[in-house]
Structure formats: structure tokens, C-alpha cells
Design a protein around this ligand. Structure first.
Ligand SMILES: Nc1ncnc2c1ncn2[C@@H]1O[C@H](COP(=O)(O)OP(=O)(O)OP(=O)(O)O)[C@@H](O)[C@H]1O
Length: 359
């Protein structure tokens, strides 16, 4: 028998006005693991969070914590007895209570009974000197740290976080995310975090649950989602993509970059060959006839620069193939700004190409 997960959600379904906004969603999160529900606005992420928290009810499916049933359609443990903590986007601190009382709010007996735990958490989030301040005296980042300390104070088995960094200044976010992650790991709680930002999910998650229209379309480690997306949309969620289209003939598809193996797809069917801009190779030998084909990079295709822009850490160069005028983008580290019209040879990193039947 497998060990029960800290949080397990089985076959969750929820409809509003006969529209299924959560459509047969299942996943497991282990203790100490951070899972990110990632997807575009309206795909059902917050609805799942609310059902797990107990403030909304599913139409079917069940929720289990450490193997114990928390809620199905017949049985329901009330939210306050689920050992599930919640941290909201707006932090929802109590304005009339000082920091220490805010942190102690969910603890039976309040601050007086739990001075050590409150002090430990305030120290951990580097807010000890603000213990007597009121929320309005704190910056957004400081309020976030108090909200985190408050959510963790009762040692919840599971912590739910709904876009917890979205209200923060962009420049502060990376640092706060990293501090939050290290505290969550030390506490060993299972975390279900909702976000619509791929960068945030990549940075925070042990496991990403990628959602679209009420379903989980792919789940796994950030590395797997980035490097082995299930379809074109999943690939496009994490970065810009280049797409070449072609038709299968004898398990091969011909493109300006040579033939690609497309086994298992019927003759005549259309395929999309997807590549991220950082995996398009530019050959800098501009005057020559182009590099010889290699197994790693396939055949080179001639293209002309349409536009080049400097983005800070890298440059983005847009090309059109010659002939064919297929638009392709490549990112190049540092400053690389060739003038429009410059001919260049391009190659695709074959091991980084994704081939999908055309959707
Ligand atoms: N109480 C409700 N009554 C009717 N429709 C609802 C209700 N709650 C959510 N919905 C609808 O369900 C869908 C999913 O909403 P949900 O808030 O779960 O999406 P989300 O992925 O969290 O989006 P966002 O990132 O914008 O918060 C939306 O179309 C929303 O309008």
C-alpha cells in the first residue's frame, strides 16, 4: 500500500450554471512539497482552492488529508477543523490588531498562550522589531511576511496560497518568494499555491499542475513541463515559441530545416514543429554557404533579419526565412543587433524540438 499523501484531491467536479469550471481534477501533494496550480484567468484554480479550504462545495469528488476523508458529497469537516491554512492575495490582516496578535490569531488562547511560537515565527520572517506595529504601519512586503507567519502559526498540515505575491512590487518579489519558500520548506507543510505566472510556478514549485478550462492538462516537475510539454499550448505557456507546420509523408515531415521524424502519425496529417527562441541557432559565418548539416542541429535554412531588439539580458532577433517568409524568433545572450535585411543561416536544436499533431 502506498503512504497517504498529505493532501489528496480525487475526481473533483464543480459546475456553475451548468458550466463545469472544475472538470475531474485529481492530484496529490506530499508533506514539504509545494505544488502550483498554474493556468490562465478563469480556468478554475481559485475554485479548487476554495473547495479544499471548505468555503465552497464540490458537486462530486473527495478531499483527503493524510489519508483521512475531509470532505465528499456526504461528509464534511468544517473549514476551521481541517488543519488547512489559507493565505490570501490581499493578506487580510486585522487592522485593529498589532502584528503579534495578528500572528497569534488562529492559535487557541491567543498570544498569551503562544508567545514562543509567535516570537519564533516573527524572528523567522525578520519582523521581530515590528511586533507591536499595526498593519497600516507596514510596507506591502512586510504585511506579506506577517500574513505568512499568521498562516503558519497553527502548524497547518496544508497551506493554501492564492496569488500570494501579486500585490507586491516587482523588484521585491524574487527575494520574498525565496524567503517564503525557505520558510515553507523548514515548516514541512504541504503547499497548494495558485498563480497565473509561469515564472512564479517555475521558481516556487516542486510540482506544477497546469490547468486549462477546468482540467489539469499536465502535471510534473517544472523541468518536465518546460522540456516535455504535452501540446503546443502547454509549450506556449512558458515562453514565446516558433511554430513550423508541415505534412507527414512516410513518417517524415519536410521543413526548411530538413526532414523531421514524425512516427505514428498518418500520411497527409498536419504537424506542428515547435521550438523555443533560445533553441534556434544562428550561424555567424554570414558570408559562407551555410554550415553543413549535423545530427544535432539538422539542416540550416537561410533567413533575413526583420528586426532586432535589446531586452537587457539578451537580444531578440526576428527573422523571415528566405524563401518562404516563415517568421522565426531567436534570443541571443547579450547585445546582438544585426541590421534589418542581414542574411543569416539558422539551425534548430533537434533535441529541443517538440512535434505535435496540428490541434
Ligand atoms: N460563485 C460563482 N458563481 C458563478 N461562477 C463562478 C463562481 N465562482 C467562479 N465562477 C466562474 O468559474 C470560472 C473559474 O473561476 P476561478 O476563480 O476558479 O478561476 P481562476 O482560474 O482562479 O481565475 P483567476 O486567475 O482570474 O482568479 C470563472 O469563469 C468564474 O467566472
Amino acid at each position: 500500500m502506498t503512504t497517504p499523501a498529505r493532501l489528496e484531491v480525487r475526481h473533483l467536479i464543480r459546475s456553475f450554471d451548468r458550466l463545469r469550471v472544475v472538470n475531474d481534477v485529481s492530484f496529490r501533494i506530499e508533506a514539504g512539497e509545494v505544488a502550483c496550480l498554474l493556468g490562465p484567468s478563469g480556468c478554475g484554480k481559485s475554485t479548487i482552492l476554495r473547495i479544499v479550504a471548505g468555503v465552497d462545495m464540490q458537486d462530486s469528488g473527495s478531499i483527503h488529508v493524510d489519508g483521512r476523508l475531509v470532505c465528499d458529497t456526504q461528509f464534511r469537516i468544517p473549514p476551521e477543523r481541517r488543519a488547512i491554512g489559507m493565505m490570501f492575495q490581499d493578506f487580510a490582516l486585522f487592522p485593529h490588531l498589532p502584528v503579534s496578535e495578528n500572528v497569534a490569531f488562529g492559535l487557541p488562547g491567543g498570544h498569551a498562550a503562544h508567545r514562543d511560537r509567535v516570537a519564533e515565527l516573527l524572528d523567522r520572517v525578520r519582523m521581530s522589531r515590528h511586533r507591536d506595529s499595526f498593519p497600516h504601519e507596514l510596507s506591502g512586503g512586510e504585511q506579506q511576511r506577517i500574513a505568512l507567519a499568521r498562516a503558519l502559526a497553527p502548524r497547518p498540515r496544508v497551506l493554501l496560497m492564492d496569488e500570494p505575491f501579486s500585490g507586491l512590487d516587482e523588484r521585491l518579489r524574487d527575494g520574498i518568494r525565496d524567503d517564503t519558500l525557505s520558510l515553507l520548506k523548514d515548516e514541512g507543510t504541504a503547499v497548494l499555491l495558485v498563480t497565473h505566472e509561469p515564472v512564479e510556478a517555475m521558481r516556487m514549485a516542486d510540482q506544477i499542475l497546469l490547468m486549462r478550462a477546468g482540467r489539469i492538462v499536465q502535471q510534473g516537475a517544472p523541468y518536465n513541463l518546460y522540456n516535455a510539454p504535452v501540446d503546443r499550448q502547454a509549450a506556449a505557456f512558458f515562453s514565446d515559441i516558433n511554430v513550423l507546420t508541415g505534412r507527414v509523408r512516410g513518417a517524415l515531415t519536410d521543413t526548411p530545416f530538413g526532414e523531421f521524424l514524425t512516427p505514428g502519425l498518418p500520411d497527409g496529417s498536419e504537424v506542428e514543429i515547435v521550438i523555443r527562441p533560445q533553441h534556434l541557432r544562428i550561424d555567424f559565418d554570414r558570408a559562407g554557404q551555410g554550415p553543413a548539416p549535423t545530427t544535432e542541429n539538422g539542416t540550416a535554412a537561410l533567413a533575413r533579419v526583420v528586426r532586432a531588439r535589446y531586452l537587457g539580458r539578451e537580444s531578440l532577433v526576428e527573422f523571415a526565412t528566405d524563401p518562404g517568409a516563415i517568421g522565426l524568433s531567436a534570443t541571443v545572450p547579450g547585445v546582438f543587433l544585426p541590421p534589418a535585411g542581414t542574411p543569416m543561416w539558422l539551425m534548430l536544436r533537434r533535441d529541443r524540438v517538440f512535434v505535435f499533431p496540428r490541434g
